[in-house]
Design a protein around this ligand. Structure first.
Ligand code: UDP
Ligand code: MG
Length: 348
């Protein structure tokens, strides 16, 4: 059998999805200022979820190698209505790796991903959970309701990116879906089974299928600090997403090659025509140089595209861990005694 089943993996009663509880995964990178405020809001959220659905919650903070006091703040957080796990990575591995670490450490059934900067309102989580428990959806993802406040250039970039990535793909990745999403136990189990190292969560969460639903929302302003995703990092993430989800760039390379060859053929014909019929001798330096430069440039770009994929193969083959955990602690609501074990454990 080449497929994989997850209904048995998710372990448990599908009729009572709430029974396995909910893990809230929050990657934090230099968020010391707003962290305890966020934690209070999450505690309030957990309290109301417990009341309404009998849902047991835990929060998993992934400290992604913060250089401010984030880890100290996180260590001091009190488990109030929800268990608190603090996983500190050995350095800054990036948000996708932090999400992966969160998914690995989540002990409950369902998993919710949200940012640690207050942009993803805990109050909206009620709605996401309701889509899961009341309506039976497996992947509840959120999308920015409007992008009016973004520059035209950025919107153009986003449009191009999704057109490219979805080109010829059976399962379309929804445009402007964010990382704020809820996965049912079986969807989380499916996501855990994916073997690749280069993770592009938005794409993968859509790729796994199951019943998916979109929720539009207005992201709040960042509670403090500035975004860590500047133009350069976004470009990197886009290339990462593109090359792990589509062969469109490779196809474009082949098409462009064909097109160039065809144009060259026509050009050749026209030269023949000129020499034989019109009897012209061709001085032709400019056209020669332009032709050479065009072909050279296109070839370099296409070699780069192929290189991206080879780089991807290399990093899959090296099979390095995606992150290292430097410190891990769990504090439960019931036993407030902290289990602190600062150890250097490698993630599987
Ligand atoms: N983040 C992270 N590692 C990083 C960069 C960011 O864990 O290397 C976290 C960050 O703390 C925040 C979330 O990822 O909780 C989103 O980051 P940010 O707000 O900078 O991105 P944006 O909201 O602009 O997409
Ligand atoms: Mg943000």
């Amino acid at each position: 059998m080449l497929g994989a089943g997850v209904s048995d993996l998710s372990g448990g009663d599908l009729r009572a999805p709430a029974a396995q509880g909910l893990s809230i995964v929050v990657p934090v990178f230099n968020e010391a200022v707003g962290l305890s405020r966020l934690h209070d809001r999450l505690s309030a959220l957990a309290e109301s979820l417990k009341e309404r659905y009998g849902l047991a919650c835990e929060v998993v903070y992934i400290d992604d190698g913060s250089t401010d006091g984030t880890l100290d703040v996180a260590r001091g957080l009190i488990p109030d209505h929800l268990d608190v796990q603090v996983v500190s990575l050995s350095r800054n591995f990036g948000k996708e790796a932090a999400l992966m670490a969160g998914l690995d450490h989540a002990r409950r059934g369902a998993v919710l991903f949200m940012d640690g900067d207050g942009q993803h309102a805990p109050e909206l989580v009620q709605r996401l959970v309701s889509h899961w428990i009341d309506d039976g959806f497996d992947v509840v993802y959120t999308a920015k309701a409007n992008r009016d406040n973004e520059s035209t250039l950025r919107r153009f970039g986003v449009r191009t990116f999704y057109t490219l990535i979805n080109w010829g793909n059976r399962q379309k990745i929804p445009e402007d879906a964010g990382d704020f999403r809820l996965l049912s136990p079986r969807a989380a189990a499916a996501l855990r089974q994916l073997p690749e190292r280069n993770r592009f969560f938005k794409g993968l969460a859509s790729w796994i299928g199951f019943r998916q639903i979109r929720v539009d929302y207005e992201p709040d302003a960042r509670a403090h600090g500035v975004t860590t995703f500047n133009a350069g990092r976004l470009l990197g993430l886009s290339i990462e997403g593109l090359t792990s989800f589509s062969v469109a760039p490779l196809r474009i390379a082949s098409l462009l090659g064909l097109l160039l060859a065809f144009v060259a053929f026509l050009f050749g014909l026209s030269i023949l025509w000129e020499t034989i019929i019109d009897g012209k001798s061709v001085p032709g330096y400019p056209s020669l140089v332009v032709g050479l430069m065009t072909i050279g440039g296109v070839q370099l770009v296409m070699i780069g595209v192929v290189g991206e994929y080879i780089g991807k193969i290399l990093s899959e083959i090296k099979a390095r861990p995606i992150y290292f955990v430097a410190e891990h602690s769990i504090k439960s609501v019931d036993s407030t005694s902290a289990l602190d074990n600062p150890s250097r454990t490698a993630a599987e």
